[in-house]
Design a protein around this ligand. Structure first.
Ligand code: HEC
Length: 169
């Protein structure tokens, strides 16, 4: 940039800044000022949001809910009830609440075994989701173990990682 032009710009900025300061009483409102105000407001909101006391919800619930919506919901439905005769329910299902390794096996490898869940079989097949990351699988597994009326110990990232390592051997 040419030196003169640079100097002009600096003067312009300085004058703008000065007028903003001097004419704060409402009769002057430049775009810059408005933008600055908006910034202060958003800053305030985000700080207060960060400070707001969150209900005692473990972090995997939000992550797991997101993955559940993206990946599992189409078949297992929003309430985890599945689709009668087609997709097995996750609510009150022993495969979800019971042994973690068996649950991980289903999530990693899927199943076309025709599992008997809550006294029924389901015609559809369950694809495997081993391509998801350890944290994603841990979150969604923990989420389904603690949603739809289910309550069971969460699955940790370490447990998923060691399961993955074991099936790679
Ligand atoms: C394409 C449809 C489909 C998708 C998507 C799907 N599932 Fe399944 N799922 C099924 C079917 C069908 C079965 C029953 C399989 C069988 O009978 O062998 C099943 C079974 C299961 C089971 C064991 C049986 C039970 O109901 O407890 C679990 C646990 C499970 N799915 C979890 C998940 C999770 C977690 C996701 C998302 C990461 C997911 N599924 C995505 C169709 C699906």
């Amino acid at each position: 940039m040419h030196k003169d032009q640079w100097f002009k710009n600096m003067v312009k900025k300085f004058v703008l800044g000065l007028s903003a300061m001097v004419l704060l009483n409402g009769c002057f409102s430049s775009k810059k000022e408005k933008k600055a105000n908006i910034e202060t407001v958003t800053q305030k909101t985000s700080t207060s949001a960060a400070k707001a006391p969150k209900a005692d919800v473990p972090p995997y619930m939000a992550k797991g809910a997101k993955i559940y919506k993206q990946v599992c919901l189409t078949c297992h439905q929003a309430n985890g009830g599945g689709v009668s005769g087609l997709n097995a329910p996750l609510a009150k299902a022993d495969f979800v609440l019971g042994d973690k390794t068996r649950l991980l096996e289903i999530i990693f490898k899927g199943s076309e075994a025709g599992l008997k869940v809550n006294n029924s079989e389901y015609a559809n097949l369950m694809p495997g989701y081993g391509m998801l990351g350890d944290e994603e699988i841990a979150s969604v597994a923990s989420y389904i173990r603690n949603s739809f009326g289910n309550k069971a110990e969460p699955v940790t990232i370490e447990e998923v990682a060691s399961y993955r390592a074991a099936i790679k051997k």
